[in-house]
Ligand binder design. Structure first.
Ligand code: SF4
Ligand code: SF4
Length: 98
């Protein structure tokens, strides 16, 4: 985990739809970030979109889980591979339907 949402979150719902990795979701009380999906927006944007948009500035870097740009880039590539893998059967089905 590199970024996390603190309990200052006001559940404004702005960040969830802006995350390019679908890493943000509603938790039991406040929104949360899935550490296995957050790349700090590496691969998509120059700056973390959630941090840019959050009106109460409650998405800091977790001091005990600082990740290098290389680690974040590798996660981005892994997530892209996952998307490609899940897209293939659908593409094949579409071709078969033609
Ligand atoms: S930094 Fe980017 S990838 Fe990570 S949770 Fe925020 S919007 Fe999503
Ligand atoms: S933008 Fe900030 S305050 Fe709004 S839901 Fe996301 S983390 Fe919470």
């Amino acid at each position: 985990m590199a970024l996390w949402i603190t309990d200052e979150c006001i559940n404004c719902d702005v960040c969830e739809s802006e995350c390019p990795n679908q890493a943000i979701s509603m938790g039991p009380q406040i929104y949360r970030i899935d550490p296995d999906r957050c790349t700090e927006c590496v691969g998509h944007f120059d700056q973390p979109q959630c941090v840019q948009l959050c009106p109460v500035d409650c998405i800091p870097v977790h001091p005990q889980h600082v990740e290098s740009r290389e680690q974040l880039w590798e996660r981005y590539l892994r997530l892209q591979d996952g998307r490609a893998a899940t897209a293939e059967p659908a593409d094949a089905a579409e071709r078969g339907a033609d």
